[in-house]
Design a protein around this ligand. Structure first.
Ligand SMILES: Nc1ncnc2c1ncn2[C@@H]1O[C@H](COP(=O)(O)OP(=O)(O)OP(=O)(O)O)[C@@H](O)[C@H]1O
Ligand SMILES: [Mg+2]
Length: 226
């Protein structure tokens, strides 16, 4: 089991994430998807593991700054922390490139953990059949490399526990949903975390409140949201 780096979340999962799992992190903008992924990677780096962050969204400096703002200094790990910026439109143009480059990147780095942040734009660029093909190709690459991976994506507006296209969570071994819950209109919203699925784990299904602080995400597993 690999610790997620978030104590309350590990407790909901009964310890952490099984090695080799691919886990989707689904949430609307600003719910803390990148932050959750950074916790997972930072935990690995602290343990002496090599980690990769594949970013389709922000550039390397921006990721570093994000991490720094929640007390994670990624520079201290040198080459063990690798950030790779990919352009979604380039990947769309040439899936073959992803199929050849990604396994090489993983192998060369000797990484055990990876964060892919976020596949939202990539998903948008494909039509239904090709989107499924693209995501299952990605799954096959990750499974062959046996790298434990978090993949973030945007939530469906009308169905916040589902990803926008509802495919990613099927190809993943686990899915964690982050959402903003507004119990009373005009009241400050509460953030809620739910483990939707996690193969091979008997996990809690309760939505638990969490906060984002200068130390990142804190899950209040003892509290109830509803
Ligand atoms: N240092 C900090 N202290 C307190 N809260 C913070 C801090 N850094 C970020 N946050 C909160 O976390 C939110 C952003 O978290 P994060 O970037 O992980 O979300 P996201 O789901 O990845 O967003 P996006 O969809 O824009 O990529 C901010 O909008 C802010 O509310
Ligand atoms: Mg983000």
């Amino acid at each position: 089991m690999l610790s997620t780096g978030i104590e309350g979340l590990d407790n909901l999962l009964g310890g952490g994430i099984p090695e080799g799992h691919i886990v989707s992190v689904v949430g609307s903008f600003g719910t803390g998807k990148t932050t959750l992924g950074l916790h997972f990677v930072y935990e690995g780096l602290k343990n002496g593991e090599n980690c990769i962050i594949i970013s389709f969204d922000e550039d390397e400096d921006s990721i570093m700054e994000n991490a720094k703002s929640i007390g994670m200094d990624l520079t201290q790990f040198g080459d063990r922390a690798q950030i790779v910026r990919l352009e979604a439109t380039e990947v769309k143009k040439s899936m073959e490139k992803l199929e050849s480059d990604l396994p090489a990147i993983i192998e060369d780095s000797n990484a055990t953990r990876m964060l892919i942040d976020t596949v939202s734009v990539l998903e948008t660029l494909f039509d239904d059949a090709d989107r499924y093909r693209m995501l299952s190709t990605l799954r096959n690459i990750l499974k062959k490399s046996n790298i434990t991976t978090f993949i973030t994506t945007e939530a469906d507006k009308n169905n916040p526990t589902y990803s926008k296209y509802g495919i990613l969570e099927y190809i993943c071994d686990g899915s964690i949903c982050l959402q903003m819950v507004r119990r009373v209109e005009l009241e400050e919203p509460t953030l809620g975390l739910e483990v939707i699925k996690m193969r091979r784990i008997k996990h809690s299904r309760k939505t638990k409140p969490y906060i984002i602080t200068e130390n990142g995400i804190v899950v209040h597993e003892e509290a109830e949201i509803f």
